[in-house]
Write a protein that binds this ligand. Structure first.
Ligand code: CO
Length: 145
């Protein structure tokens, strides 16, 4: 099994503070991490749910992919992040199987994770993000000696 966990579910939102308040009010969720990612044109907030996160994404510029998603489809689920031990290896294997990818090579996402996106056309209509979390990898390395 290549997938270790559901790392996060990413939501496109118009107003991140409103979305945080909504999740706090309904579920008692709180923010465990905030970051702005200029390359992707988003600011994000991560709300921890067990070992996974709800990821709220608000665009910071009109031409960002999340802004285009909001303009086209409105707020909603934008992508799903799958936790893997080795993004580069997983990406290479999937490409060998003919899977279309958005990122040819892994790149840095938030939380110092390595990430790569698969194209929805090759992923059952869902934008899939592979996520390698170095803090979990380090823990795993420690655990496994
Ligand atoms: Co994500």
């Amino acid at each position: 099994m290549r997938l270790q966990r559901i790392d996060h579910v990413g939501y496109a939102v118009e107003d991140i503070d409103e979305a945080i308040a909504y999740h706090r009010r309904l579920y008692g969720a709180s923010v465990s991490h905030r970051e702005e990612i200029p390359r992707d044109g988003v600011r994000e907030a991560l709300l921890a749910v067990g070992e996974s996160y709800i990821q709220l994404l608000e665009p910071t510029r009109d031409d960002s992919p999340v802004a285009r998603f909001l303009a086209r489809r409105g707020p909603g689920v934008h992508h799903v992040g799958y936790g893997v031990a080795d993004v580069a290896g997983t990406l290479a294997d999937l490409r060998d199987m003919g899977v279309r990818v958005v990122d040819d090579t892994p790149r840095h996402g938030s939380r110092s994770c390595l990430v790569a996106f698969l194209h929805p056309k090759s992923a059952m209509g869902v934008l899939v993000e592979l996520v390698e979390d170095p803090s979990l990898t380090a823990e795993g390395a420690l655990r496994n000696g």
